[in-house]
Design a binder for this molecule. Structure first.
Ligand code: MG
Length: 158
């Protein structure tokens, strides 16, 4: 059996925060604000995985009221989500992620991001797609107030 999941997430851009996307620290003047490391792309991916297995969402698994997730490395949280998906009897087939951000240019970091996620998901890198787009200066992404990430993920029975 195969199942599909979808996830999306938004985080605000602020000064004095690291910009972490798919577990990769991207040099930039602004970073994403959040309770954890605010890795918007990994958050969207986790919600896609959880959605595919109908296991709820990351807010349920890792409440932002819980002090133990303050500054949490989202790649470690992704590994926990993978465990939950495996326990439910599934493994991922592939994933495709889109990050909407006006700046910085993400292309130089895409392969590193794919490798980071593939390792955490125990998948070949060829099954992990990460794409980036601007929004042509429109909306909050275009005004550099925040970033959005969208993810779809296919899973199959173990
Ligand atoms: Mg989030």
């Amino acid at each position: 059996m195969i199942r599909i999941g979808y996830g999306m997430d938004v985080h605000r851009l602020v000064e004095n925060r690291d910009l972490i996307l798919c577990g990769v620290k991207v040099p930039h003047t602004l970073g994403l604000l959040g309770h954890s490391d605010a890795d918007v792309a990994t958050h969207a991916l986790m919600d896609a995985l959880l959605g595919a297995a109908a296991l709820g969402d990351i807010g349920k698994l890792f409440p932002d009221t819980d002090e133990k997730y303050r500054g949490a490395d989202s790649i470690l949280l992704l590994k926990r989500v993978m465990e939950a998906v495996r326990q439910a009897g599934y493994k991922p087939v592939n994933t495709d992620i889109t990050i909407a951000a006006q700046k910085p240019k993400l292309r130089p970091y895409i392969d590193q991001m794919r490798a980071r996620l593939a390792e955490a998901m125990e998948l070949e890198v060829g099954r992990v797609s990460v794409k980036a787009t601007t929004t042509e200066r429109l909306g909050y992404e275009g005004e550099e107030l925040g970033m959005t990430a969208y993810a779809v993920c296919l899973i199959e029975s173990l």
